[in-house]
Design a protein around this ligand. Structure first.
Ligand SMILES: [Zn+2]
Length: 102
């Protein structure tokens, strides 16, 4: 089954442009994303995104099978690269959202 994919115009902290699937909670605003098209796999979408940006990467949230996180999103464990080193203590779901968008 294919899905619509978008790539973020603004890179993340690691300089990769995140590739999002339609419906992802971290999908940037209309003006901050580029529509890639419909793809049946994340890899195809990332490959297409690389025509726009050199460094692209599938969104850690929507490019992976995340059904196991749907019930308890607050327990979603973020990749270290998205969390600033100075961050201590539990990072809330809301704070993680801000880090991802910025
Ligand atoms: Zn995403």
């Amino acid at each position: 089954m294919s899905a619509k994919y978008y790539v973020a115009v603004r890179p993340q902290i690691n300089e990769n442009h995140a590739v999002h699937k339609e419906g992802c909670p971290f999908l940037p605003d209309d003006k901050k994303r580029i529509y890639l098209g419909e793809f049946s796999s994340d890899k195809d979408a990332v490959r297409e995104a690389q025509l726009h940006f050199i460094k692209t990467k599938g969104c850690i949230f929507c490019s992976k099978e995340h059904k196991k996180y749907e019930e308890k999103p607050s327990q979603f464990v973020w990749a270290d690269e998205l969390i600033p080193a100075e961050s201590e203590g539990p990072v809330s779901y809301h704070q993680s959202l801000i880090y991802c968008v910025n």
